[in-house]
Design a protein around this ligand. Structure first.
Ligand code: GDP
Ligand code: MG
Length: 597
């Protein structure tokens, strides 16, 4: 197709503002889905994606529309909607020339509206602001326009009014896509450069790469190579999703589609990498490639040690489908054999955890998630610390660093005080505050990732009756006063419970952990001290008093079968204990201590 008739765009929005419904509407308009499929799709989306209000993986759909007597190819590139995947979002956006910025006209501009708009602006995209849900009685388009103007400098005349639900305004939207978004740049005669912006693993066909051809063209049967890793393959199939898989012999400059090339594992393909011709390679890869960066780490142990091989096989399968997930064998004296796992963020971790339990039926003990730290050693080396056990001796640490983020929170102005207080408790430093309109503000903070990654969002939601929204982006690592706290059970350090925290919260955090432990470990036949230590010095202590529990005493002798049942149950319970320093610790105790910060 003529380059001038191609439009590549994404839809970005805060969760639930209507991105998927608008995408479906555009497809319906283009005939890519039928009316029936449109309604089915609305229902279908009640699955995992819907449940969590996110799109886990990006994909692309090609549509054809007639506009003013000419045929146009529209490539709609989907982006993951969550901050954990912001690198993937940025790659998907570079595959586009424009973005629809969708705002729910009853909700207004939210944190991810702003974050996504910035990402699109950074990629130099043309933005079409879309006010969705104008059918709602609570719609307040004037207020939303004011907010868009104040925060993003967007003018009223640019906005398109849409109801994705009824279809109203969708014609105007398609007109705007064609009239306002630029066509791809002409690099038809240059050497092949195609950017991989997503990939999927298909059990039968291997890896399916989504790509945007930036220059030259790619053909079936061609030998290609990936410029960052150097691997080469022969293209076995090319095509587009329309939205069904639709084979093509060639994908030309400016086009978006998929490639299959006998690639066995997702770990062989990197989002952001450049594909070029093996025989006539481009001089340089496209800019912006970054290897995936795991920011959250957690240890996974099988509750039954016999499940270890099953867990290993499950992780291998998961990694095949998810190149951002990493796992390494880990051995803990307390919990046995398990794995140290790395994730892009907390949501990513929850997705993997859920799949592990649901698809593999393995009961898991998981250590509380921690961020990745950095240590500058006295010999001048910088290395990553993903686990308290990797921490070098104190004398070898010149500087201990933790990751900081730029945090943005949008809320009604009445909550400024509440949010300030919460932020202070979490070591956040307040930056600028901007008014969106007369009622709502956006506050910026510099925040330690460790303080917000876990439960901050839930607490923020609770404190603002659900009104606040937030988003963050990584700034980098900075020096911080961090310590490792150790938990001792019966004077023996339980490595799996060690954790890195800021010095100011070491005692509170440690106390919380041993209180939970005391509540979760049954009394033993001897007294068991529980201690918190920092650098070998005990800073808090609790004691489990000695007690011999006679579980059958309550049963008034009589009923022998009932008594047997109780004893049997107790025996089963014992099997799920881990013995640490001759103390029987139930799995549940680990779980309750590791559960949260
Ligand atoms: P996403 O999270 O941005 O993909 O949002 P969805 O497209 O899943 O929409 C979120 C909710 O808003 C769903 O219940 C949709 O049916 C509803 N919705 C989407 N567009 C409209 C609209 O124009 N009007 C109304 N009333 N509801 C809409
Ligand atoms: Mg959606």
């Amino acid at each position: 197709m003529n380059l001038a008739n191609i439009r590549n765009f994404s839809i970005v929005a805060h969760i639930d503002h209507g991105k998927s419904t608008i995408a479906d509407r555009i497809m319906l308009h283009a005939g890519a889905v039928t009316e029936r499929e449109f309604h089915n799709q609305l229902l279908d989306s009640m699955d995992l994606e819907r449940e969590r209000g996110i799109t886990i993986k990006a994909s692309a759909v090609t549509m054809y529309v007639n506009y003013k007597g000419e045929k146009y190819m529209l490539n709609l590139i989907d982006t993951p909607g969550h901050v954990d995947f912001s690198y993937e979002v940025s790659r998907a956006l570079t595959a586009c020339e424009g973005a629809l910025l969708v705002v729910d006209s009853a909700q207004g501009v939210e944190a991810q509206t702003v974050a996504n708009a910035y990402l699109a602006i950074n990629e130099d995209l043309e933005i079409i602001p879309v006010l969705n849900k104008i059918d709602l009685p609570a719609a307040m388009p004037e207020t939303v326009i004011e907010e868009l103007g104040n925060i993003l400098g967007i003018g009223q005349e640019e906005c398109i009014y849409v109801s994705a639900k009824s279809g109203k305004g969708v014609d105007d939207l398609i007109g705007a896509i064609i009239e306002r978004l630029p066509a791809p740049e002409d690099h038809i005669n240059d050497k092949l450069q195609a950017m991989v912006f997503d990939s999927h693993f298909d059990e039968y066909r291997g890896v399916i790469c989504y790509l945007r051809v930036v220059s030259g063209s790619i053909k079936e049967g061609q030998k290609i190579s990936f410029m960052s890793c150097g691997h080469s393959y022969t293209v076995t199939e090319l095509g587009k999703f329309t939205p069904k898989m639709d084979k093509r012999k060639e994908l030309g400059c400016g086009e978006v589609g998929y490639m299959i090339a006998n690639i066995k594992s997702l770990s062989d393909v990197r989002v952001g990498d450049t594909i070029t011709s093996l025989d006539e390679p481009a001089e340089e890869p496209l800019p912006g490639y970054e290897p995936p960066m795991q920011m959250v780490f957690s240890d996974f142990y099988p509750a039954q040690s016999s499940d270890y091989p099953k867990m290993k096989a499950a992780f291998e399968r998961l990694a095949l489908n998810d190149s951002s997930f990493t796992f390494f064998p880990q051995n803990s004296p307390a919990l046995g054999f398990g794995f140290r796992c790395g994730f892009l963020g907390l949501l990513h971790m929850e997705i993997v955890q859920e799949r592990l339990e649901r698809e593999n039926d393995i009961e898991v003990i998981q250590t509380s998630p921690s961020v990745s730290y950095e240590v500058l050693s006295t010999s001048g080396e910088i290395f990553k610390v993903d686990s308290p056990s990797q921490l070098p001796e104190k004398s070898e640490i010149e500087e201990f660093r933790e990751p900081f983020v730029k945090l943005e929170i949008i809320m009604p102005k009445d909550y400024i005080g509440t949010v300030m207080q919460l932020a202070e408790q979490r070591r956040c430093v307040v930056g600028k505050t901007e008014y969106l309109g007369s009622n709502r503000v956006m506050m910026q903070f510099k925040a330690p990732l460790a303080e917000i990654v876990y439960d901050f969002y839930d607490i923020l939601k609770g404190a603002t009756r659900g009104y606040a929204t937030m988003d963050y982006e990584l700034l980098g690592f900075e020096k911080s006063d961090l310590v490792k706290i150790d938990i001792l059970v019966n004077k023996v350090e339980v490595d799996a419970l060690s954790t890195i925290v800021h010095r100011d919260s070491a005692e509170t955090r440690g106390r919380k952990m041993i209180t939970r432990l005391r509540q979760a470990i049954p009394r033993q036949q001897f007294e068991v001290p529980l201690q918190v230590a920092v650098g070998g010095k005990v800073i808090a202590r609790e004691t489990i008093k000695a007690y011999r529990k006679d579980v059958t005493s309550k049963l008034y002798g009589g009923d022998i079968t009932r008594k047997m049942k109780v004893l049997k149950k107790q025996k089963e319970g014992k099997k799920r204990m881990k013995s640490v320093a001759s103390v029987q610790i139930p799995q549940e105790a680990f779980k309750s201590v590791l559960k949260s910060g």
